[in-house]
Design a binder for this molecule. Structure first.
Ligand code: NAP
Length: 489
């Protein structure tokens, strides 16, 4: 099956922070892949903007290197890369000063095409960029701004940032990125729920025992120690990525697949989340890898803060106080330096009301697993008879839909979340971006949890590298007579 590519209209995309890590690893390679697919028009322009002094040809060289390193693929061989590089330009700019703004204005203002400004810089510069875009006549109605995470570090800072951006831009012009929403399987979650008759009637507390969301990483904090230690798993992962996944699982069917219809429903979920009891949260910090403690030191050494109380692992249980989900727990778990890299959502259905096969048949539950990475796909665990003679013994087998197997190599073409989301910005489609009120509601739920840790002087539990997190995480489940799903690569 070959995927259909609909070209977008001509655009100018200014990447503030165009020389940075995100631009080099994700944005530029992603744009190049869209160019190769024919989705990006040949007359589109990508303007890198950062403090480093360089000319357009230097920037093209930086982009070429980034694309080769982070995902240009075979298209580099046939001259496509050279053509793509002619779309690139560069302006030396200071977000906090006057340098470069008139030059940028001369290049983009007043042109009859879509103008998108990607804020791929530290969040402390978001307000400066918005203000200068306005004062240099670039915050007109054609403009769209793309804002990276983190969007605030608590409710007050998120409100302040929303208020600053709102001074210069309408909400319809603001695209807050959560790249999890750009993942193919995350969108498939909505297709599975709302495109099939099969699941939705069972999608409630009457039939669902519980839901698990796990985002596990094998890497430690790496070079991001300074940032991460001020943030931790709650701010870095739960408040945004896991929260968004929870919303898509739990929301009511929107009337249509349109930005505000979807985001209204997500917002209702966040607002219905119960506060989390302290004993329903487990925090952890990873230990050194005993086989290679120098290369893989413990968390506190990695962040160079021997007294750090920041969590690199978090597991929690929460409830959604509404009719659909009353009584159904949602278990969220995320952590670094775990045994495998894996992001998975599992909907664990209840036992059948009565087993005609007797107690010896054991407990068998249907589990619908949506795997976001790696090996994107959906698996439905069903109970069948174990083949062979010797009575009725039951086993669970997966009905497996790996996207690569089901759709073929072209259909499952890898479209990275960032490239999809950038094309959505150009198309003006905000469905997969967070609205300001959603972000604030997520912080309103998160803040009291973090404040509680600070008040109680809560210290995260150490956990082994390459395991499944602290033992207390297993106990969180076992107390409820449940088990985490195994974290598998
Ligand atoms: P980075 O590698 O530190 O890059 C920062 C960029 O900002 C550089 O291009 C830098 O260019 C530019 N810059 C710094 N001060 C500036 C100023 N005063 N005026 C104009 N440009 C300035 O950061 P990053 O990792 O790319 O992250 C960028 C944003 O994306 C951050 O908000 C981060 O939280 C978010 N993010 C990053 C990742 C990731 O994987 N990297 C993932 C999720 C979110 P010069 O040095 O040339 O000035």
């Amino acid at each position: 099956m070959v995927s259909r590519v609909i070209p977008v209209d001509p655009f100018d995309l200014v990447i503030f922070g165009g020389t940075g890590d995100l631009a080099r690893r994700k944005i530029l390679p992603g744009l190049f892949r869209r160019y190769c697919s024919g989705q990006m028009p040949e007359n589109a322009r990508i303007i890198g903007a950062a403090r480093s002094d360089m000319e357009a040809h230097d920037y093209a060289a930086l982009a070429a290197e980034a694309i080769q390193e982070f995902g240009g693929g075979k298209a580099c061989e046939d001259g496509t890369l050279e053509k793509f590089l002619t779309c690139l330009d560069y302006v030396t700019i200071d977000a906090r000063g006057d340098r470069g703004w008139s030059e940028l204005q001369a290049r983009v203002a007043g042109k009859d095409r879509i103008e998108a400004f990607y804020f791929s810089v530290a969040p402390s510069l978001f307000g400066d960029l918005a203000e200068r875009l306005q004062s240099h006549g670039m915050a007109d109605s054609k403009a769209r701004i793309v804002v990276e995470k983190p969007f605030g570090r608590d409710l007050a800072s998120a409100q302040a940032l929303n208020a600053t951006l709102a001074k210069y831009f309408d909400e319809k012009q603001i695209y807050r990125i959560d790249h999890y929403l750009g993942k193919e399987t995350v969108q498939n979650l909505m297709a599975v729920r709302f495109g099939n008759m099969l699941f939705e009637p069972l999608w409630n507390s009457q039939f669902v025992d519980h839901i698990q969301i796990t985002v596990a990483e094998t890497v430690g904090v790496g070079g991001r120690g300074e940032y991460y230690d001020k943030s931790g798993a709650m701010r870095d992962m739960v408040q945004n990525h896991l929260m968004q996944l929870l919303c898509l699982i739990a929301m009511e069917p929107p009337a249509r697949f349109s930005p505000d219809a979807v985001r209204d429903e997500k917002l209702k979920v966040i607002r219905a989340l119960d506060p989390v009891e302290p004993h329903h949260i487990v925090r952890g910090q990873y230990d050194a890898d005993p086989d290679d403690p120098d290369a893989m030191p413990d968390y506190r050494t990695a962040v160079d803060n021997p007294r750090s109380k920041t969590e690199s692992f978090l597991a929690l249980k929460t409830h959604i106080a509404n009719w659909r989900w009353a009584g159904t727990p949602f278990y969220l778990r995320t952590g670094k330096r775990l045994c495998a890299r894996s992001s998975e959502i599992s909907i664990v259905f209840k036992d059948t009301p009565h087993s005609i096969f007797g107690e010896e048949a054991g407990r068998h539950r249907n589990v619908l697993s949506i795997r976001l990475q790696p090996n994107e796909g959906i698996t439905l665990g069903v109970t069948i008879k174990e083949p062979g003679p010797g009575g009725m013994r039951l086993i669970d087998v997966p009905l497996d839909m790996s996207f690569a197997d089901a759709l073929g190599p072209d259909g499952a073409e890898h479209v990275d979340a960032y490239e999809r989301l950038i094309m959505d910005v150009i198309r003006g489609n905000q469905t997969l971006f967070m609205r300001g009120d959603e972000v604030e509601a997520a912080w309103a739920w998160t803040d009291p949890i973090i404040e509680g840790w600070t008040k109680r002087g809560d210290v995260p539990k150490p956990y082994d590298s390459h395991g499944a997190g602290p033992d207390t995480s297993t106990q969180l489940m076992r107390r409820d007579d449940r088990e985490w799903r195994e974290i598998t690569p």
